[in-house]
Design a protein around this ligand. Sequence first.
Ligand SMILES: C[S@@+](CC[C@H](N)C(=O)[O-])C[C@H]1O[C@@H](n2cnc3c(N)ncnc32)[C@H](O)[C@@H]1O
Length: 467
Amino acid sequence: MHPAADCPVDQLYQSQRYPAMSHPLADPAVTAVAARLGGLTTAPPRHARILEIGCASGHNLLPLARRWPHSEWIGIDLASKAVADARQLAAEAGIGNATFHAVDFREFEPDGEPFDFIIAHGVFSWVADEAKLALLEFCRRHLAPAGIATISFNVAAGWAQRLPVVAMVRALQDATGGELIATIELLHDAVDPATPHGVHVRWILEQMLTKGPDILPFDDFAPVNDPWPFDQFVLAAAHAGLRWLGESAPAENLPSALGDASRAALAPLAANPLLAQLAADFAAGRTFRSGVLCRADAPTQPGLTNEGLFDLAVRAGEALPTGADPLAQAFYQALAALAPHCVPLRELAATLPDVDRGALARLVFDGITRGLIHPRIEPLRFDPQPPERPCLDPLLLACARRGLPLVDVWHMPCSFPPAHYAVLVAMDGTRSRAGLAALAHARCPDLDFAPWLQHLAGRGFFAPHSA
Ligand SMILES: C[S@@+](CC[C@H](N)C(=O)[O-])C[C@H]1O[C@@H](n2cnc3c(N)ncnc32)[C@H](O)[C@@H]1O
């Protein structure tokens, strides 16, 4: 029998549509850097074999398959309707390098070579323990020797605080038969905001209300919602023959929410990395991790050399550092001048001819770990100006027709108010900017069209991209 056929997880995903999402932390252009920092050189994602487990309707997979037409993508999910949606979207968008299978991963026996990348985002914490362990073992069996698995999970340190609130809402709902959102609101109003307990519980309830009724049945109120502490995850992975390399986002190897004083307080724990991680998760109230794992026998090197760092591509983060260090000033100015492109660090370094390369490497490494620099395994350049006849590619147009979020060049989802979709679906290259402005004026008079169009162009929505 299908192992999940009588299980509430299967029933939920077969009966309700999971909202379409893309996950920048699952992007192989990003996770391949995390692997490099952990000492492993993966296959280049543009020529790789990649599997997504729990791919739902393909919203994460398809933009990546479109970005790299010479890579081979397989998506699997037990929700057959979601898989049918993914196939239809791929066909409509003319994406030929992605196939989808409606199957439980515990029954899936892939043909061909092992995978260079496996993505399992939003799966681990939402399935029973037996399936969690099977997921880790599946990754070990089907990863190439230098392959990586990106597995996200909910972290007990922060999530455990939410579970009693979930239990209380459920108990109220069971007793009153009330609707979920109304019950959360009722509890929110009942909690006294004048106490520290009340402040904390109301904050959790407000986060639930922000997520809203489309997400909550799959999130806080999912049939299985099982946060784990970091050490339990790492030990289970080791037992399955996998090794933790780091967080997908290097800036999250220590939670970015931790301030300087907390980091200094944790410094004495550096000799015991697992304990340091547990304490950091606790200090930050971390709720989520996206881990990059490799096979225990993967050909890792002790770490990334300075020259290895210069092989990466970089772009400016959202915040620029302040300070008077002349090297930092010169570097960050040069990086900001190149925005929005992501450029080879080696090329950027060549524009700063007199600098000490060792000092520059340290500066860049520090900037990456502090989130001031976003690294990628390959460069990406595009024209950030709107073209005379704005044209979304076939995948973006197909998503716009369905009212789904559009995925930008950095793999970030972008949602729009319903009225804006009338303008987005008209961006098929047949209308001029002035024609679209007139349409926007008629269909969504509140929309400030020119800056909106500029914003879309700045996120690469109209761009033929180049490396
Ligand atoms: C919370 S959703 C996450 C979807 C998507 N990966 C994301 O993060 O946006 C979990 C997905 O895993 C799928 N899933 C759960 N158990 C599975 C299993 N045993 N085999 C294959 N897919 C499974 C569900 O059908 C669902 O689409």
